[in-house]
Design a binder for this molecule. Sequence first.
Ligand code: HEM
Ligand code: HEM
Length: 193
Amino acid sequence: MNSPSVFSSAFPGPRRPAALIFLHWLTLLLIAAVVGLVLVREGVDEKALRTTLINLHRSLGLCVALLALARLAVRLARRPLPPTAAASPLEHFVAMAVHLALYVLMFALPLIGWALSSANGKPVSFFGLVTLPPLVEQDEDLGDAFAEYHEGAAWLLLGLVGAHAAAALAHHFIKRDDVLRAMLPAWLAGPRR
Ligand code: HEM
Ligand code: HEM
């Protein structure tokens, strides 16, 4: 029997909790926007627009950490997540390690970004609604160091997300199992049989 396509037939396997699926794909969109904003800012000269772009970067970046908190709450409430495909102990370990590293980075990057802004004397406002207290004292050298950590951590995050997404696609198109389908919204993965 042919393996069912993503868009068509029934998906009998276990589905990840809907809240986890929603938060997972929303986080992907947010990270794309957060990185997109700093890239666009590189090409902008006008000061007011640069400030708007970095403020939006900060606020959306903080949302990544808030969504990660919500995700952890869902995972704790629904633990343990059932396996969605057969995996060797090594595959299982690598997947867990990458997921753990992604969680660490979803908290660490926003925190380093906040610290970097504080060290540079820049207040961090959450969408203009609340201004967060400075995380560290103003110090130019510290600001430079945090900027390097922030950039390094961002590259690490992007590299891990790339490897993680490639593994998900390999599961779907090469191993032809249900790992990706379990993480897709119901309308994409197909109804349960
Ligand atoms: C997951 C969340 C985040 C990601 C993926 C991310 C990623 C990045 C990237 C790729 C850059 C450009 C690095 C460079 O070229 O130097 C950057 C710069 C920056 N980010 Fe973030 N960031 C995140 C969250 C935050 C947060 C929450 C804040 C502050 C509250 C923040 C503050 C900054 C600042 C101030 C810069 C400019 C640094 C400079 O010009 O040296 N970031 N971020
Ligand atoms: C195109 C991009 C992406 C694809 C195709 C993808 C695919 C998947 C799939 C299929 C799973 C289920 C794995 C399993 O059940 O063992 C998963 C889980 C997971 N993904 Fe992604 N993902 C992507 C982007 C991201 C991003 C941007 C992050 C965070 C920075 C992320 C973090 C996670 C985490 C932590 C899990 C474990 C389940 C959870 O706690 O939500 N993924 N992903």
